[in-house]
Structure formats: C-alpha cells, structure tokens
Ligand binder design. Structure first.
Ligand code: PBG
Length: 343
C-alpha cells in the first residue's frame, strides 16, 4: 500500500475565510445593485379605462395614462433611475408607416407629456423609438418591394420616420429616446434631427446589440403586436458575438450617449465585451421572456422567486451593465430598501 502519511491535508489557501459571516461577505462583495441603476419598462394603451393585465407577464399591466402617471410617481419615490415607455395604440390607429407614433396626440406622446409633467426631472423619462408598436404589419420599419418582388424592411425610408418619431418624443418630454429598430445609421440620423429641432439636450440610448430573440415573446402580447414572420433581417443572429462589437462601435461613432445589449441573460458575454469597449454608460435589458421564465417557475414552486430575481439582476450588473432595464425594478428597489444587499 502507498504511504500517504507525508501528504499534507491542509489547503494552500482558504477562500472560505472571506465568506464566513454576513458582515464579511458584505465587506468583500464586488458588485452592488442600487435602485438608481434600474429602469422600469412600462406599457401605456389607448382606449382603455382601467389597467389591463398581461397574461404572459404576471404583475405587469398595460396602463391607462392616469395609472401610468401614478406608476411613474411611485418609481420616482422608490429612487429608480428611470422609466421606459412603450405605447400601445388602438388597432384602428395603426397603419403601414406607423404614423400615430409621431403624432403629438398619439398614445405614447400623450403619455410622455403626462409622465414628464408628473415627475419633472426627478426621474429620467425614456421613450421606445421604434415603429413596431404603431405599424399594422408589426415590423420595426416601413416596408418596400425589393428585388424579385420580395417584401423588405426599407432601411433608409425607416430612418426618416425614426427621426420624426424621436423629435416628437423629445418635444413631448422624453429626456432620452431609445431607438430599438436596428436600422443602419439610425443613431446619426436621430442625433442630427434632434439637434436641428432644438433638442440637443435629449440623450440617445442606442439599442446597439439587439438580437432576434425568442425571449421577446411576452412583449409581443404586451403591445398587441401583429407581426407576421420574424425580424432576422435587422436584429442580430444569436450566433454572433463579434458582430455586436461592430454595432456598438458604429453607434458610439454616430453619437450614442448610452449603449444597450438586449436581451441580457443569454448575452452576458456580449454585455461584458460591450462594457470593455464602451466609453459611455452601458445598459442591458432583461426582457419579457426572462421575466416570464422566472415568474412561471416560481409560480410552480420550482424556484424561489425573490432570490432568483436578485441573482439575475446582480449577474447582469456583474457582467458589466451600469443600467438595467427590468420589469422587476420596483420589486428590486423594495427588497433593497428592506436590506437585501446586506444579507
Ligand atoms: C421593439 C422592442 C421590442 C422589445 C423592446 N423594444 C420587441 C422586439 O424587438 O420584437 C422587447 C422587450 C421585451 O421583450 O421585454 N420596439
């Protein structure tokens, strides 16, 4: 038999020392989560009298303008960083070019004005700058007939529509516009239009690395999207990492004030790389499908809801996000207020 008596059983290092008590763990925790880093995405629908639940996003509603105002006030009181608004027009107001998006009387612009009046400068008010909520075909841009009679999303015609949309949102009161349609050149065109119309203080949050993701499923219900087909000719292929480096770099060159990666949890590698590349704040969007997954598993008793939520948010921060858009922003702010981070 082999003699093992001279092999020391003592580990060379003991990392467990730094995990020994809650106070020690608090002292050495590398990443923190604070309400100011969180942005609450919120939906506002036209033609409804009371908030309307969204089946696939339990706890999230389509707001009326009135209930959205109260939600924004709550968000400001909770110390959140911002609120990101999505408009849900009536079916009859949708058309091929999404014209009700830029209409000052359109649902999103009315909501922006009401929210801005409510919170002033106490909360950063953001708007989704995209056409998909407003078009009858559900695409993020305007359609054209391309080569061989194929229907395509027309990049450059869409840019003009985005410029109009962004200016209308800034005029309505948005501090930040968030182009999410993945059209080439969108940041430059929007920046130029805002500057030309006297909105040089309005910031642009670029959805720079936005993937064609199955995790947007519940969002499509939330906005009553009528999309047929997919967005693979403009949103990125989940197979690609390097491509997002290029997208981020282009948006920075075009003048983005903040850049975003979306979705968050399946793209933490892209987020880390973006954080290393970017010299402006980096955001990540924990999307509807990510919310739905944890909610559904918790509902079934398969996962412990609050710890799973907080762990997911912390991982997104750890990967490099300065700012996290999450439907759990208010929940997380409450848990943090109750001392979550100190555990
Ligand atoms: C496009 C937009 C989408 C989301 C935010 N902005 C949908 C899409 O690209 O298909 C998805 C957000 C989520 O899933 O929570 N305007």
């Amino acid at each position: 038999m082999k003699d093992t008596s001279d092999i020391s059983a003592a580990p060379v290092a003991r990392p467990r020392r730094l995990r020994s008590t809650p106070a020690m763990r608090r002292l050495v925790g590398e990443t923190s989560l604070q309400p100011r880093q969180l942005v609450l995405p919120a939906f506002v629908a036209d033609g409804i009298d009371e908030p309307h639940p969204i089946g696939s996003l339990p706890g999230v509603v389509q707001h009326t303008v009135g209930s959205l105002r109260r939600e924004a006030a709550t968000a400001a009181e909770a110390g959140l960083g911002g609120i990101m608004l999505f408009g849900v027009p009536r079916e009859e107001d949708k058309d091929a070019t999404g014209s009700c998006g830029a209409d000052p009387e359109g649902i999103l612009n009315r909501a922006l004005a009401a929210v801005r009046q409510e919170v002033g400068d106490d909360l950063v008010v953001m708007a989704d700058t995209c056409l998909d909520e407003f078009t009858d075909h559900g695409h993020c841009g305007v359609l054209a007939t391309g080569p061989r009679g194929k229907t395509v999303v027309d990049n450059d015609a869409t840019l003009a529509a985005y410029a109009e949309l962004a200016v209308a949102q800034a005029a309505a009161g948005a501090h930040v516009v968030g182009p999410s349609g993945m059209m080439d050149g969108q940041i430059a065109v929007i920046r130029d239009a805002l500057d030309a119309q006297g909105h040089s203080d309005t910031a642009v949050l670029a959805y720079s690395a936005k993937y064609a993701s199955a995790f947007y499923g519940p969002f499509r219900e939330a906005v009553g999207s009528s999309l047929q087909g997919d967005r693979k000719t403009y949103q990125q292929d989940p197979a690609n990492r390097r491509e997002s480096l290029r997208e981020v770099r282009l948006d920075l060159e075009e003048g983005a004030d903040m850049v975003m990666v979306k979705p968050a949890m399946s793209y933490l590698d892209v987020l880390r790389q973006t954080a290393e590349l970017s010299d402006v704040p980096v955001a990540a969007y924990q999307v509807s499908g990510e919310y739905a997954m944890i909610s559904a598993a918790a509902e079934k008793g398969w996962i412990d809801h609050d710890p799973a939520v907080m762990e997911s948010l912390l991982s997104i921060r750890r990967a490099g996000a300065d700012i996290v858009l999450t439907y759990w922003a208010l929940l997380a702010a409450r848990l943090l207020r109750e001392g979550w981070g100190a555990r």
